[in-house]
Write a protein that binds this ligand. Structure first.
Ligand SMILES: Cc1ncc(COP(=O)(O)O)c(C=O)c1O
Length: 384
């Protein structure tokens, strides 16, 4: 059967994160710090807006681009929070950031064109680039505090380079690209006419000041494609809604793909998204900050090398000194202690493991106790 199918599809991988989570379930793990999903329910005001919309029979097709009311609300929100000016014609409502990134790549790429990603990277990017017949080129930022220098970027740019995907704050590191890294990208966009696909799904979940986004630089604005989501800030992962913001001509082309694949995003969920934009995420953010501080302090006390995340609900400790692959480390931790983390290799960062700290505080405390015990029994690479 398979030999009859599309060879490019056969090359794609199913989600390794989900698969490892299942491995942990199958092996009776009891503490899961695996998935990137808020542990809060969706706020009442958002659910009520969806129910109200259903009661008003908002169950017909919406415009393919998304309801004008939601796109206007997004423009106002982006102006208030990121100080960027966009019109509703420059916004398209998508099925999460996943569809926004996928459609952006499909709109941009001719076969064989290259897209740069920064490692550690969310696995979706490589798969979507491949799916759209592009070539994924990665830059390892792990030796540079997860930041980018001009040399690192210029070393991989070729005449075939079409775009760079950035994700700040980043899944899995939790760090943000600093002003200097963003300047490097800004200069490269101007010099090489590169597009930037800016995956900003965590930019409301930030514990420090957010640097000026690239879309604020009006001279490169037409090269900036912003992908955004309601999933993470508003605990709406299952609602499947996000948006894409870009130059109007880009949106007009992207809309063709979106329209033929999906028609439009669910109408009553778009109404709920309008209510979401009015919801203040501070309470959730404060709770993530407390959990981040707790996990960071515990890891440091265990003698683990780790950077303090600027945002998200992930932290990425280094396991380099234990001389194991990240898969072997995570597998042993499941089997010995029933604690499930995610191997860094899934993010192209085998010296690390990802901890998702958006879980109950008691689970976090117990998991850290067991991790401490596990580490205390592991010989360090230099002792082996
Ligand atoms: C960095 C990053 N981008 C995109 C997504 C996809 O989000 P959505 O639910 O909006 O499709 C995720 C989800 O985990 C993510 O971590």
């Amino acid at each position: 059967m398979k030999e009859l199918l599309n060879k490019d599809v056969l090359q794609l991988q199913t989600s390794e994160i989900r698969a490892f989570n299942q491995y942990a379930v199958d092996n009776q793990a009891s503490l899961f710090l695996t998935l990137g999903e808020p542990d809060f329910p969706t706020p009442e005001s958002i659910k009520e807006a969806a129910i109200d919309s259903l009661n008003r029979n908002q169950t017909r097709y919406s415009s393919a681009q998304g309801s004008l009311e939601l796109r206007e609300a997004i423009c106002a929100f982006e102006k208030k929070t990121n100080r960027v000016d966009y019109s509703p014609e420059e916004v398209m409502i998508t099925v999460g950031s996943t569809e926004a990134i996928s459609t952006a790549l499909a709109t941009l790429l001719n076969p064989g064109e290259e897209v740069i990603i920064l490692q550690p990277a969310f696995p979706l990017y490589r798969q979507l680039i491949q799916m759209n017949r592009g070539v994924c080129v990665s830059i390892d930022t792990s030796e540079n505090q997860f930041q980018l220098s001009e040399e690192m970027l210029e070393a991989v740019i070729t005449p075939k380079t079409k775009a760079i995907i950035i994700n700040t704050p980043n899944n899995p590191t939790g760090t943000m690209l600093d002003a200097s890294s963003l300047k490097v990208i800004y200069e490269a966009v101007k010099k090489h006419e590169l597009f930037v696909i800016s995956d900003e799904v965590y930019n409301q979940l930030v514990f420090t000041e957010l640097p000026k986004p690239l879309s604020q630089y009006t001279d490169i604005k037409k090269y900036i494609i912003t992908c955004q989501s309601f999933s993470k800030p508003y605990a709406m992962t299952g609602w499947r809604i996000g948006y894409l913001i870009a130059d109007q001509e880009f949106i007009e082309e992207a809309l063709k793909i979106h329209q033929y694949v999906l028609s439009c995003v669910n109408t009553f969920i778009q109404d709920a998204a309008i209510a979401a934009l009015d919801y203040d995420v501070k309470e959730m953010l404060d709770s993530y900050r407390l959990r981040r501080d707790y996990v960071y302090d515990r890891l440091r006390a265990m003698g683990v090398d780790v950077e303090l995340p600027d945002g998200t609900f992930y932290i990425l400790p280094s396991i380099k000194k234990y001389g194991m692959t990240s898969y072997e480390f995570c597998k042993q931790l499941v089997l010995d202690q029933g604690v499930a983390l995610i191997p860094g290799s899934y993010f192209e960062a085998d010296d690390y493991v990802r901890i998702s700290f958006c879980v109950d505080r008691n689970v976090l405390e117990e998991a850290m106790d067991r991790l401490e015990l596990f580490l205390s029994r592991l010989p360090k690479a230099e002792e082996q």
